[in-house]
Design a binder for this molecule. Structure first.
Ligand code: XMP
Length: 430
């Protein structure tokens, strides 16, 4: 590893990631490690320049205050402790993160070099991937989402044709989305890409299923089966690429974590398919993943796209999925995205999409009574997706979108705008 490392020992502080971000923003790479990390573990990380013991009020787990290994004090690493009274080198939280104290620690005490940037990171990772993989092959499920796309680009750079990407089109993708993945990865980056159109298979399994969680289960389960079938057709693959990122690792539980968030993404393969994982982004925060993607030459729209749920349009075609309503969701979503981009809202609004409920309402078209579906538009802003507020979209923009949906999308005679914040409404309808 070329880059210097500052280790933050996690004693349950909610400020761990803020601190890590702050240090990285000053150009020095920083990693969060469990409070009870041993000297051996820390020594195994090359280039550790200093240690921050990050204490605070949350240091109590199961009624007991957590402590760090005593032996760490007897090493040569420069150390500073925040809100951790046991230590002689303690400062207050208010004191350290002010840039002056932090900079003095990083650059004077630790003599760290500000060499954390995406170019160096990519160089480091390329080297590490080559060392790990050798001349073997890596398999990657490439959904076209930010994380899997950036992993793919990184692996293509490192090992080229030794990477085999599998893109499964579950029939619930947005308009032209699968075509875009093939275009970027096969045509532009010359990836070894297997495209599987499993639309019919997924729609068949989902027929008459209206419960949202059941739909998610079927989509997730079927995805694994399709991917597994493809994996079994291939020979001589030892590794599986994965778009794990730093928040996944931190959120799924450091030793002091109080709340573990449940991830509802597709994942997990049968035990008898034994792969070693390659996870080159596992140290990056989301915005760093995007910066890495740009540095690797991926298109801006791919790297800065809005979040899209794993089950795709399946949870936006409400209730039991039918082909006519799925088409209405897909077409109305495409119109919404096009008009948001024209109005510059695509760079401002966090997430925006349409849903189609499974009931009809009465209307008039060409002087005749019609009984058709409704499209609901939702556009929200949020920081962490736990709470959200609606975007106050300009009335003229909404009218234009409505007009286009009513004339261009079949089987639709009504358009509504969802005014609900989260809570009580969730971002998705299902
Ligand atoms: P909710 O609807 O829970 O959504 O307010 C919060 C965020 O999570 C996304 N979401 C999902 N993402 N698989 C995913 O990968 C899912 O099953 C899923 N359900 C919701 C949602 O789009 C929003 O960004």
């Amino acid at each position: 590893m070329k880059q210097d490392v500052i280790v933050i020992l996690d004693l349950g502080s909610t400020q761990n990631t803020i601190l890590a971000r702050k240090i990285r923003d000053l150009g020095v790479y920083s990693e969060i490690h469990p409070h009870d990390s041993s000297v051996e573990v820390l020594k195994a990380i090359s280039n550790v320049k200093g240690i921050i013991i990050n204490g605070g009020d949350n240091r109590i787990v199961d009624g007991k205050a957590v402590e760090i290994h005593e032996e760490l004090y007897h090493q040569e690493y420069p150390m500073v402790a925040i809100d951790y009274p046991q230590s002689k080198c303690a400062v207050n939280w208010e004191e350290l993160p002010d840039d002056k104290t932090l900079k003095a620690f990083l650059f004077d005490d630790c003599k760290a070099e500000a060499n954390w940037n995406m170019k160096n990171f990519i160089e480091d990772q390329t080297e590490l991937i080559r060392q790990q993989v050798g001349d073997k092959k890596v398999l990657l499920a490439l959904s076209g989402g930010v994380d899997s796309s950036v992993v793919a680009a990184m692996l293509i750079k490192a090992i080229g044709q030794q990477l085999v990407c599998v893109h499964v089109n579950h029939g619930l993708m947005r308009k032209n989305e699968s075509e875009g993945v093939v275009q970027v990865f096969r045509d532009q980056l010359h990836a070894n890409l297997i495209y599987v159109d499993a639309s019919e298979r997924f729609l068949g399994k989902l027929e008459d299923v209206s419960d949202p969680e059941q739909k998610r289960k079927i989509i997730g389960g079927e995805f694994i089966r399709v991917f597994e079938e493809e994996a079994r057709k291939l020979e001589g693959i030892d590794f599986l690429g994965q778009g794990t990122i730093y928040p996944d690792i931190i959120e799924s539980g450091t030793k002091t974590a109080k709340m573990v968030k449940s991830h509802h993404n597709v994942g997990g393969l049968p035990k008898d398919l034994k792969f070693e994982l390659v996870e080159p982004l596992k140290q990056l925060f989301k915005d760093e993943v995007r910066a890495c993607g740009v540095e690797l030459g991926l298109p801006y729209e791919m790297v800065y796209r809005q979040p899209f749920p794993g089950p795709g349009l399946g949870v936006r075609c409400l209730g039991a999925i039918t082909r006519d309503r799925l088409e209405a969701v897909r077409e109305s979503d495409a119109i919404l995205r096009e008009e948001f981009a024209k109005a510059g809202l695509d760079k401002k609004v966090w997430q925006y999409f349409t849903v189609v409920p499974d009931f009809k309402s009465v209307g008039m078209k060409n002087n005749e009574r019609v009984f058709e579906y409704m499209v609901i538009i939702r556009a929200i802003n949020t920081i962490d997706a736990m709470t959200a507020s609606i975007e106050k979209v300009d009335w003229d923009v909404l009218e234009k979108i409505t007009q286009r949906i009513l004339t261009e999308v079949e089987n639709v005679n009504r358009v509504c705008y969802d005014m609900s914040p989260k809570p009580p409404a969730t971002i998705e309808f299902e």
